[in-house]
Design a protein around this ligand. Sequence first.
Ligand code: NAP
Length: 492
Amino acid sequence: MDRPKSRPMVSRVIPVELFDLVVFGATGDLAQRKILPALLRRFVAGQVPEGSRLIGAARSEHSVAEYRAFAEAALAEHAAGVGTAEQRKAFIETLDYVTVDATGAQGWPELATKLVAGRVRAFYFSVAPRLFGALAERLHKYGMASGDARIVVEKPFGRDLATAEALNRDLAQHFAERQIYRIDHYLGKETVQNLLALRFANLMFEPIWNAAHIDHVQITVAETVGLEGRVAFYDDAGALRDMVQNHMLQLLALVAMEPPGSFNATAVRDEKVKVLRALREMGTGKTVTGQYRAGAIGGKAVPGYDEELGKASNTETFVAIKAHVDNWRWKGVPFYLRTGKRLPQRVTEIMVQFRCVPHSIFAGKGATMQPNRLVIGIQPEENISLSLMSKVPGLDREGIRLRQVPLDISMPDAFVGQHRRIAYERLLLDLIEGDQTLFVRRDEVEAQWHWIDAIRAGWRAEGLAPKPYTSGSWGPSAAIALAERDGVSWHE
Ligand code: NAP
């Protein structure tokens, strides 16, 4: 029998109040690929009310007409097919541009005159983090840091605890914490939010979501790409800072947190920070680092990291970690984290492996059992799959055969008609509406760095060098051994 098709969902567009949004770094890569396309999509959905201002700001000199032409070209490349020609034209015509030097005086008085008092006012810092403090200071100096102004800061938020604390202090001089929106765009992803719905809107998971019933958790963020032009930034950062400190620890916190009292910024972030603070500080024996060498991905030859970089480097492009959350709920449950570049597949997923049933009544009939697994796919496909043991159909004359079968919730199937949004659309709307639930709070970011710094200190103390791995493989063999020592295989 065919599975019944879900009814198409029609999303209701909630009107948004008038706002002024200034995007610093409006000529940059992120603005072109994510921010402008996200704004266009919300404009087409009717959520940029007429009269709202979208003001681009950057250092280079452009007339407004030139910036509009620039934005039009960026949207042709990164948001083709969104909206009608009239809607796109109307969107482009709402764009304004001011030449502003974050570190100087140019452009600030002009920018200040463009803002309208008494409406939502937000400033998106899509510039290098070294400019965040200067922007905050000048917004204050030129009278734009009103009590209800909001600022959005991009990653990376510091490169260790000391720099993150210094940045927090710089921002706090001019803006209160309720005005500061730290982006971790993973939190804007639908399946990441769905993890909370899965855990807290269903009765069946929470009673078994603990050490008594969960054997271990795996979180994988695998990329097939190499340096992609981010040469200087990446070589200075490495995989631990670039991926684990932010995205992977946020995912871990959402998996491990206690049920918050409600879905609001304080309750959710209070619970996440408790998890981050309960992370056990680790010795180097619980981590593996790697750096890719030449190899092949999808049948195509690719160069090694140092060839792409043009010099030898000690930066890790792969890291695997066996982490623990030291609290009552997670006592003894390993959280295996793994991320890397030039891996065979682009995939981001969380896998929760439950324990085996305490006794198999089918053992005498020759059947083998597998533990249940819940796989939450975040990228490239968004889906949730629960593997269950099932009997293979037959008369069982030679014994009973059991097999794992997946119970799938495929997002595109279940919610037909809901277009897939880019994470930034959701986050920009939350910003305008003043909802910080999906943004990272000061204490979270500091707890994240505290844990990461201890790992790096361990690496330094032991003079650990990343192990080479062939591009197109799943990282150094030591990463496989890290899990296999515990009788665990990575989910692939
Ligand atoms: P980018 O391409 O280098 O763009 C930087 C932007 O900053 C440009 O618009 C540049 O304007 C402007 N700028 C530089 N110096 C300035 C100054 N003194 N005053 C005013 N504006 C100045 O950088 P990006 O890739 O868009 O990244 C922006 C931020 O997002 C960074 O914090 C980055 O870490 C973060 N981020 C980016 C990505 C991504 O995929 N690109 C992903 C995650 C996070 P001019 O060109 O006119 O000088």
